[in-house]
Design a protein around this ligand. Structure first.
Ligand code: GDP
Ligand code: MG
Length: 181
């Protein structure tokens, strides 16, 4: 093993954004705790969860921030975005209005973070395909137009949750890494 590489640690701040009730908190708890809570209220939320992912034999810590319901009042503070190097922009495939908000969230991100932030567009609640209002193709097209990764997920049945976070974490690791002492 290369001695210089021993003890290296990476810490990445990633933010979850998107309209209220799209499933941000449940995506995070599914990823970090493998839990889903059918009764979560938009107001409940921890500040962040830390999850360790191994990349190239190195421990990479992802500190993933949840909004704790501030987005209901369109008041996600700049402190929330500060230092973020990755973002998951979430919408709910059963509510078109949440898809239409994606551009506004991308605008927010551009206001508060620089353009190097790794971005994933997350189309959540794909278990509810029978009441879908936004097609997979529309999601993909928006992601392509905006230069985002794209994934359809379900926090309820776990579809693509792990992989969505991991793609963002790997992309950050590849591009910009902040070394922690
Ligand atoms: P947030 O406001 O974006 O943090 O959304 P929450 O995580 O609190 O979820 C809002 C509501 O959607 C809750 O009732 C969840 O149980 C439900 N929910 C979240 N993710 C999914 C999902 O993937 N599938 C289904 N069917 N419901 C979900
Ligand atoms: Mg929440």
């Amino acid at each position: 093993m290369d001695d210089d590489e021993q003890g290296e640690e990476y810490l990445f701040k990633i933010v979850l954004i998107g309209d209220s009730a799209v499933g941000k908190s449940n995506l995070l708890s599914r990823f970090a705790l493998d839990e889903f809570d059918i009764n979560t209220k938009a107001t409940i939320g921890v500040e962040f969860q830390t999850q360790v992912v191994e990349i190239d034999g190195k421990e990479v810590k992802a500190q993933i921030w949840d909004t704790a319901g501030q987005e209901r009042f369109r008041a996600v503070t700049s402190a929330y975005y500060r230092g973020a190097v990755g973002a998951l922009i979430v919408y709910d495939i059963t509510r078109r209005i949440t898809f239409e908000s994606v551009k506004r969230w991308l605008g927010e991100l551009d206001t508060h973070c620089d353009t190097t932030v790794a971005r994933m567009l997350v189309a959540n609640k794909c278990d509810l395909n029978n009441i879908r209002e936004v097609s997979t193709e529309e999601g993909k097209a928006l992601a392509e137009a905006e230069g985002l990764f794209f994934m359809e997920t379900s926090a309820l049945d776990s579809t693509n949750v792990q992989i969505s976070f991991e793609i963002v974490i790997r992309e950050i690791y590849k591009n910009i890494s902040r070394k922690v002492l």
